[in-house]
Design a protein around this ligand. Structure first.
Ligand code: GMT
Length: 380
């Protein structure tokens, strides 16, 4: 296959879509393709020393006339610039708005100026459909932008179904699940636990997220409040956002001693590796990257049976799935598992094998490359 010049457009923040785009771009670059990241800031997980990767910053204008700064317009201009300068074959945009919309505008400008413009692939990650797609003020733009892309992928079958249902679209959609290659931990579980003030005998439950409302953080806290008498059970939250809005509830429930908060952790591998199981109570999750990450380090997971989660996490095999808000079942299962080391290890091993067999970078990057080929072959 010829080496491609790929534009990768994503949100640079700690959200799952940015992490997936950064992983994908990095792996493609390692295969010899050239990857141009385009965003308003350098993606959180992008390694500056990675060969074949470049970053192009989108600058905002600060006109006082605009009450809200606009991103779509400068992003479209940057896409045209990068396409022209680096002769992109593919422009892969993660998240429909405004990325797919800006790509559409960029394509029109390029056509007008006789600049060759790449084939656009849009990957939908979830809230662009499940939240914004249901918002009448933007839905027609999302639908039009997606239908104008040369190729569209979703990160789960569940999101594909939602997209067809919400947008009432006939656009062909390819499902390519997310992937994760675990890193080798650099610190021992004992040293991590010591730094957290958690003893080696604690049953350490971990949760990773950006704490947005769909994660149902109050449910996590309620579960911990039901377990607070079992002093050996602790909840470690690796938070990608400010946890302070939840502190009044933590105090009200009297669980200050049962939870540990760590913000903006980069070396998640050390913390997951030092934990016993993962806990995820989301009301919606098109995929659930945090869960896949937790599983990849050989940790069983307790999660809600929503969205794409059951597509990679089997109930009873790598952990247990419960209904949204079923605090009682979550609580009882944590209590039981905290006394069943053998089962915890077995579920964890199954979880690790599932990720290593089906959700690796090697496998999924191949799927994306095959899809790029298809799109290049049938590009509009
Ligand atoms: O879940 C979030 O709050 C972040 C969001 C994002 O756009 O980055 O995550 C979405 O994309 C991830 C990567 O594909 C998925 O793992 C998450 O499940 C999805 N979030 C939701 O569907 C709520």
């Amino acid at each position: 296959m010829k080496k491609l010049s790929i534009g990768m457009v994503c949100y640079p923040s700690v959200g799952g879509s940015g992490i997936v785009a950064t992983q994908l771009g990095t792996e493609l670059a390692r295969l010899g393709h050239t990857v141009h990241f385009i965003s308003y800031a350098e993606p959180f997980k992008l390694d500056k020393d990675e060969p074949n990767t470049f970053f192009h910053k989108v600058e905002f204008n600060g006109y006082e006339l605009f009450k809200y700064p606009d991103y779509t317009l400068p992003l479209a201009v940057k896409m045209v610039d990068v396409a022209k300068k680096y002769k992109l074959d593919i422009l892969h945009v993660h998240y429909a708005v405004p990325h797919a919309t800006a790509a559409l505008l960029a394509k029109s400008i390029a056509e007008e100026e006789k600049i060759p413009f790449p084939n656009v692939v849009t990957t939908l990650h979830g809230t662009d459909i499940t939240l914004l797609g249901r918002d009448k003020t933007v839905m027609p733009v999302i639908k039009y932008s997606i239908e104008s892309s040369c190729g569209v992928t979703t990160v789960s079958e569940s999101l594909k179904k939602d997209t067809i249902k919400v947008l009432k679209t006939k656009k062909e959609i390819k499902v390519i699940h997310n992937f994760y290659n675990p890193k080798i931990p650099t610190r021992s579980p004992a040293s991590i636990r010591k730094s957290l003030g958690s003893s080696p005998d604690d049953f350490l439950v971990i949760h990773l997220s950006n704490l947005r409302p769909v994660k149902r953080i109050p449910d996590l806290l309620e579960i911990m409040s039901k377990l607070k008498k079992e002093k050996h059970i602790k909840l470690l939250i690796l938070s990608g956002n400010d946890f302070s809005p939840f502190m009044p509830l933590v105090k009200k429930l009297g669980i200050e001693k049962n939870i540990i908060i760590k913000s903006h952790v980069q070396d998640i591998e050390n913390y997951i590796n030092a934990s016993d199981i993962g806990l995820y109570t989301s009301s919606e999750e098109s995929f659930g990257m945090g869960i896949l990450e937790t599983m990849s380090y050989g940790k069983a997971v307790l999660a809600t049976r929503v969205g794409g989660i059951p597509e990679f996490m089997q109930n009873g095999k790598s952990g247990f799935l419960f209904s949204i808000g079923d605090i009682k079942s979550f609580t009882e299962k944590i209590r039981t598992l905290s006394h069943d080391d053998v089962l915890v290890k077995k579920l964890g091993q199954n979880a690790k094998e599932t990720v290593a067999l089906n959700f690796t970078a090697e496998k999924k990057v191949k799927e994306y490359l095959k899809y790029y080929e298809e799109v290049l072959g049938h590009g509009k």
